[in-house]
Design a protein around this ligand. Structure first.
Ligand SMILES: Nc1ncnc2c1ncn2[C@@H]1O[C@H](COP(=O)(O)OP(=O)(O)O)[C@@H](O)[C@H]1O
Ligand SMILES: [Mg+2]
Length: 269
């Protein structure tokens, strides 16, 4: 109800629901997304649904939309469906070059499912494509590492307003107990069978916590990131550079360059 009220009254440009699995995040955003599309009935505008893969879009988004609308949604050759006289394009967005799919689009709104599964550049491209007057972006996601850009760039900016006074970002947090449509026995069973620690924090309470045993658990972005200006001042004093290569055939490879300064400190460049 809080999400719906925010959609109706506050009309944020970006509406985020993050939290526990099965908490009802996708369901409520499908309702707000449909209500949003219906505002532009028969205008032939473009909307975007983003998800990890076409299969996950079908499973998580289109199936429930069909149930709500009571009609079959058929993808055409360009992976679009028609809803309320508008075209809704379905894009898979996990890869570094996925953003190119949304390039050149003018969209009146978007729904991004499982936002942390999408590539940051895709999320940002979709948001910048939503340039039609009154456009809105809705995002749902399970919690991940607290450093994830979905958290740092949107959730942590909850309440941000534009110069016009319009609310830019509204973010809602969900726990498993927020979904009162679930069978209490199911909830009890999930709670009892979820390991304590990170899994319970994320999957039951919906908190953005780092995994235990994380390699750099003391990492703090306020201390450990330095700006490129600060780095330029340092550059003269680097005494050594070396590179690490983790070759990947099936998974993406990774290359890092590290500098050591004359104080014996190391910098991941
Ligand atoms: N407002 C609601 N009204 C009716 N059923 C709901 C509502 N919210 C959630 N549900 C039910 O709970 C299930 C899980 O919700 P979902 O939105 O898929 O969770 P999440 O996206 O948080 O994992 C849905 O499939 C739906 O059956
Ligand atoms: Mg969901």
């Amino acid at each position: 109800k809080e999400v719906w009220d925010s959609f109706i009254k506050e009309k944020p440009k970006i509406l985020v629901c993050s939290g526990a699995k099965r908490a009802g995040k996708t369901f409520v955003l499908l309702l707000t997304f449909l209500a949003h599309v219906s505002k532009y009935q028969n205008m032939g505008l473009s909307f975007i649904i983003g998800g990890a893969t076409q299969a996950s879009i079908k499973r998580n988004v289109l199936n429930d939309l069909e149930l709500i609308l009571g009609k079959e949604l058929r993808l055409d050759k360009s992976n679009a469906v028609e809803i309320f006289g508008n075209r809704v394009y379905c894009f898979d967005g996990t890869n570094a070059d996925s953003w190119k799919k949304a390039r050149g689009f003018t969209s009146a709104g978007a729904f991004l499912n499982e936002a942390t599964a999408l590539h940051d550049s895709f999320v940002k491209e979709v948001i910048s494509r939503c340039s039609y007057k009154g456009a809105m972006v809705m995002m749902d996601t399970n919690p991940e590492n607290p450093m994830h850009t979905v958290k740092t760039d949107y959730i942590d900016k909850d309440g941000q307003t534009l110069k016009s006074g319009r609310l830019n970002i509204r973010s809602f947090h969900f726990s498993l107990f927020d979904n009162n449509f679930l069978d209490p026995e199911y909830v009890e069973s999930i709670v009892a069978s979820t390991p304590s620690g990170m899994f319970t924090d994320r999957d039951i309470y919906g908190y953005w916590v780092a995994p235990e045993g994380v390699i750099y658990k003391d990492f703090n972005k306020d201390i450990h990131y330095i700006s490129s200006e600060q780095l330029k001042e340092k550059q003269g004093r680097f005494t050594k550079y070396f590179a690490g290569v983790d070759w990947g055939y099936e998974h993406p490879g990774s290359i890092v360059v590290i500098g050591q300064d004359d104080q014996g400190c190391f910098y991941l460049l």
